[in-house]
Design a protein around this ligand. Structure first.
Ligand code: ATP
Length: 375
């Protein structure tokens, strides 16, 4: 087992900066997710750890070993990094049986035949492939093929697994199952794993921690709870969670009753500890970005604390989407629009004017210029 460390790593492709000054410390045995939109640099980061790309600048460690540092002229090739990779397009050898596909990396390393047989059977058992060892890849389902690809990675007992969207070719149902299986397997093996995805549900359900990346820049590293509940900036707040966090421009104002976020069309009263933070940091009278998740807005019928003019406002219902488990309600006040995820039993109708309650404990405030979270 091993930790993986990136220290001030850069990767440029000509004019394009794919990865910018990335520092990331993946702990021994940890399941780390690299999450971000298409083109943000996730795959490039993974490929640099694998040794398929050389960083332009910075250092990469796998375990105690420095595997890349262009300034020192260090570059350890992939085969000497003791890592195994699983990709989205898990190219199995079509003419080989499942057994031979899994055995292949061991044969390459000239492992004795008996030892190969023991390890292949052990891995097959672990992945539920024992019955399929004699089949060829074309005689397998997508999920089975993916498990063979995993088997081929596991069998080598590497220090680190690198996975690039390994579940994205599977249908939705299988993906959910494989997600749980993969997570279980990783815990069982205890191998440090770095897993690339753009799917936030995958990230939230599988990761011990998530590294959120945008435009080549690491935005935040934290547990699923941390990135969800304490997003470091507007990007992370907006990227994680579905439907997405509502953002509204506001100014912070203070009167004899307290500190408010003022949206022009209406205002909301902040809690005393929030007010204190904004006062202390000099935000009174300043513009900020206000954020609240749809599930933290309530149909007043289902809200516990409702104080008209403080946390409760009148809003027009534009659209109601019934998801069965909840209702996604598009709301409007003047020209401001936002979305609430209401209780399934909420009876609000399109075209109706209703009372909406904001759970002020769940409010996020971001600096207007830097877009960094104040709280
Ligand atoms: P996706 O989820 O779409 O795979 P990603 O987050 O993995 O995206 P990367 O593949 O790492 O993103 O790409 C990051 C940026 O670097 C992109 O702008 C991409 O176009 C660019 N890039 C990647 N590889 C190369 C290359 N070999 N030559 C030039 N530009 C590249």
């Amino acid at each position: 087992m091993a930790e993986v460390k990136l220290i001030n790593v850069w990767k440029k492709f000509g004019e394009v900066t794919a990865v910018q000054d990335m520092s990331l410390h993946v702990k021994d045995g940890e399941f780390m997710i690299l999450l971000g939109p298409s083109g943000c640099g996730k795959t490039t980061t993974l490929r640099m750890i694998a040794g398929l790309e050389e960083p332009t600048k910075g250092q990469i460690y796998v375990g105690d070993k420095l595997v890349a540092d262009p300034e020192k002229g260090v570059f350890v090739p992939p085969k000497d990094r003791d890592i195994a990779m699983v990709f989205q397009s898990y190219a199995l050898y079509p003419h080989m049986t499942v057994y031979d596909n899994i055995a292949f990396p061991l044969k390459l390393r000239k492992v004795p035949k008996q030892e190969i047989d023991r390890r292949v059977r052990e891995v097959a058992e672990m992945l539920g492939l024992t019955e399929l060892l004699k089949r060829k890849p074309r005689e397998l389902s997508g999920g089975q093929r993916q498990r063979v690809a995993l088997g081929r990675a596991i069998v080598r007992q590497p220090q680190v697994f690198l996975m690039d969207e390994p579940l994205s070719n599977l249908d939705a149902k299988l993906r959910v199952r494989m997600r749980a299986e993969l997570k279980k397997l990783q815990k069982q093996l205890g191998v440090t794993t770095i897993y690339v995805t753009h799917d936030q549900v995958e990230a939230m359900t599988m990761g011990d921690r998530i590294a959120v990346i945008n435009a080549g820049i690491l935005q935040q590293v934290g547990t699923p709870d941390e990135v969800y509940n304490k997003p470091a900036n507007v990007f992370v707040g907006g990227f994680i969670g579905s439907p997405a966090m509502n953002f509204l421009d506001a100014s912070v104002v203070e009167d004899e009753r307290g500190v408010w976020v003022d949206f022009g069309e209406f205002k909301l009263k902040l809690l005393e500890d929030q007010a204190e933070v904004l006062r202390e940091l000099g935000y009174i009278g300043k513009e900020v970005i206000f954020g609240i998740r749809p599930e933290d807005l309530y149909d007043a019928m289902f809200a516990q604390v409702k104080i008209p003019g403080e946390n409760m406002i009148r809003a027009m219902v534009d659209i109601v989407e019934n998801l069965g488990s909840e209702r996604i309600v598009h709301l409007r006040v003047g020209n401001l629009t936002f979305v609430g995820a209401f209780h399934a039993e909420s009876m609000v109708k399109e075209g109706q004017e209703i009372d909406v309650v904001f759970d002020m404990k769940k409010v996020h405030i971001f600096d207007k210029k830097t877009e960094k979270a104040i709280f």
